[in-house]
Ligand binder design. Structure first.
Ligand code: 1HE
Length: 259
């Protein structure tokens, strides 16, 4: 798949970082079937050399969400299948094994917010706004938002967004945990790449454990969660890479925390 070419995604390798752009700016990166298929194909089988992915949108918006033109005439069963395809796709984004850093700007709405909240680290520019216009459109979320968005901002706030269609700006989104870094205009992509390069320098097994274990542990009882945590600790701390990294620190050869 690493050699596959995409019509609606740009893919560029920068060392160990795969920079992937939603490339449908004339439709504000609205997600139609061909685009979701390409996102699914990429994240199900990312390039072999990639250790981290940066996801961004071409043009002034990250994504206007579901392509409403395509969705108009679907029957219930088709919508069910379509929603489950989005679930599979965003599962690959969240738990495919590679950390994903997103660079957000302009509209991050509806399915665009569902996609963004499947990524692990989110960097926003001042132009970013977040909205869930499903209430206005007479539909419901279908790309995992009722789970992922609600876990970040709370089900109550999500209900308010869906009922009122209210858009939160970049500053507000930062306060709500929708972004982790708020940078200047035009700076989200370079900052996302910088963070991705830092993440790429981590032990791959630890990155894998972070993105796969933490959301699952959040779903577990306390006892199960603590047991799963110990298993992940046992797996990561006994790896040769961990031993080398800990020795390097003790010999004064590794960066200190926070640097
Ligand atoms: C679209 C879409 C779209 C733009 N589906 N075609 N999402 C929404 O309800 C958001 C709808 N979009 C907007 O509110 C605005 O387009 C934006 C605020 C994102 C951007 O505004 P603007 O002025 O920059 O662009 P525009 O002129 O509105 O749109 C440019 C073109 O993109 C135009 O097409 P054109 O052929 O007339 O040039 C628009 O029709 C098209 N376009 N957004 C289809 N979403 C799995 S369930 C998920 C549920 C949801 O995602 S609901 C939220 C849907």
């Amino acid at each position: 798949m690493s050699t596959q070419s995409y019509a609606l995604l740009s893919v560029e390798m920068r060392g160990a970082v795969a920079v992937v752009g939603l490339n449908r700016p004339e439709k504000r990166n609205a997600i139609n079937d061909p685009l979701i298929d390409e996102i699914c194909a990429f994240f199900a089988s990312p390039p072999k050399d990639a250790r981290v992915v940066v996801l961004h949108g071409h043009g002034p918006h990250f994504s206007a969400g579901l392509d409403l033109a395509e969705h108009r005439d679907r029957e219930a069963f088709e919508v069910m299948m379509h929603s489950q395809k989005w679930h599979r796709t965003f599962h690959h984004v969240q738990m495919g094994g590679l950390p994903v850093v997103s660079a957000l700007k302009g509209a991050v709405v509806g399915g665009g917010l569902e996609l963004a909240t499947s990524t692990h680290v989110r960097v926003a520019e001042p132009s970013t706004f977040y909205a869930l216009p499903e209430g206005q459109r007479g539909i419901f979320v279908g790309g995992g938002g009722s789970v992922r968005i609600a876990r970040i901002i709370g089900a109550g706030r999500m209900a308010e967004m869906m009922l009122t269609g209210h858009a939160y700006n970049a500053q507000e989104g930062q306060g709500m945990g929708l972004s982790h870094h708020l940078v200047g205009e035009g700076e989200a992509l370079p900052k996302a790449v910088e963070l991705a390069e830092r993440i790429a320098a981590n032990a791959p097994l630890t990155n894998y454990a972070i993105i796969n274990a933490l959301p699952r542990i959040a779903d577990m009882s306390q006892g199960d969660g603590l047991f799963a945590e110990s298993l992940m600790a046992a797996m990561t701390q006994t790896s040769p890479e961990a031993k080398n990294r800990m020795r390097a620190f003790l010999e004064g050869k590794a960066a200190k925390a926070g640097s």
